[in-house]
Design a binder for this molecule. Sequence first.
Ligand code: ASP
Length: 617
Amino acid sequence: MFSCWLSRLCRGLSTPTGRVTHLIQGSLSRRLMLSSQRRIPELSSFVARTNTCGELRSSHLGQEVTLCGWIQYRRQNIFLVLRDFHGLVQVVIPQDESAASVKKILCEAPMESVVQVSGTVISRPPGQENPKMPTGEIEIKVKSAQLLNTCKKLPFEIKDFVKKTEALRLQYRYLDLRSFQMQYNLRLRSRMVMKMREYLCNLHGFVDIETPTLFKRTPGGAKEFVIPSREPGKFYCLPQSPQQFKQLLMVGGLDRYFQVARCYRDEGSRPDRQPEFTQIDIEMSFVDQIGIRSLIEGLLQYSWPSDKDPVVVPFPSMTFAEALASYGTDKPDTRFGMKKYLKRKDIESLRKLAADHFNQEVLPVFPKANRNWNSPVAKSIMEEQRSELIRLMEIQEDGVVLLTAGEHRKACSVLGKLRLECADLLEARGLVLRDPALFSFLWVVDFPLFLPKEENPGELESAHHPFTAPHPSDIHLLHTEPKQVRSQHYDLVLNGNEIGGGSIRIHDAELQRYILATLLKEDVKLLSHLLQALDFGAPPHGGIALGLDRLICLVTGAPSIRDVIAFPKSFRGHDLMSNAPDSLPPEELKPYHIQVSWPADSEAEKSSLNQPYHPES
Ligand code: ASP
């Protein structure tokens, strides 16, 4: 009974507002604070304010409060709206002579100046309440005010509805962060990460371990960023993930590792990628694929924001082959099947897209009830094949089938892209196919262990990474038909986005050496430390990494991962605020034995660097 009451109260406290907070603070807070898991965030401890702007309600009437915040609006020199991360509150500017100095401060400070005000919480006069504002029933009758800092003319207004280009937002990121949307995204991210830590460390005994960011080039995988060292011709690399370290931790007996890990990939720009990004990186010993999958399902369920529909587990799973054949991709958006309502002109635009972008011909088929296919392809397909297709595709009377022919993977992938294109077309017409409030998780499993190298299809590369173990039932094929070997690699997909991936690892040094040297033709010397470690009693192990930026982006419904990262890079990998990457004068490069070979069109930059360098300028 007590625990039920308490948990209800604590849930009510996730935004500490109103009467409930005070009740709790009065009677229970000491007990709760003494418990190892503090449940009430004290938003005003240690600082000059007594309350946040957003938390005041009628239940605070009569209380003397001190608030700190930014000036959001001023109306007729009578009202001022003060803002902090928690919300807005109306402040009444005193008009009487005795308060002239307070009035002067509050009326003269430019918008976005920072002020501290002290006064009494009073109710708004009848009829002047603002039901749209959570604090709309009250206002602050100010007694004293202090201007903490003024604000110069801003490059844009700090109001979410004021449109600004992303470049301008990134250039003045510290101002952009003041928006409610950015505040919401970053605070939700922090809360989810905290819950993840709690789940992993407190509930399941994981150990949070930091691994180096100065590492060396490793074979396979993404392109790495190179860091010069003072030893001639020697370079560090930034790790594309802590993969080797987490496996070495398993050899070291730290059998449940996790890290909120920063990873770096020099992969050029893509809309949902950043050159540096964050992973929830996990590794466990003595685990199988099902164990990892259950752990992640529990982790997401536990850390999922309470204002969203709860996560339902276990997540469905699909093999890679099935995903490719049915959805044309290894990351299907399973929120929708494929529906009708396409118009003739849509079909034409889809055909054009396939031809222009993928060099692939696509034919539409309109298999009407009379079986007289309304398509140029009809005459090349026999009657039985037509009925079989209709049966297989579960086609409805007025359905449309888009047919293509060609190499399996390529043909599937074009159709997969057209499926998404159809969804765009239908949604533009008002049909909701991809409900943003729906979170459709899917495990994709049984990937091939190897894929043909893009640049040289005669050679193999790892589909995941070279440490992934082969599927136990396919091991015998490794020596004869390596392309047919499936792996113990699994990906987690959410609404058509890959949000995680991992595998059971190879813990047998011989097998690892064979895959690296013979099948992947990699230089095993570069990995001798790992191969040696596997030989010294490495336990069976496996793991996974969740892409935190992408996950939070989907949870918040943000348009880009840059909206859930405090200081992201631009599309071209630049920091538009500080101008990184930046040039260095030649004398600064000398200790690294590096000389820049300047492209012909960069004379100006080169000559500016040859000027004597003053670090403080
Ligand atoms: N290191 C892998 C990655 O970053 C994840 C894993 O296999 O655990 O994709």
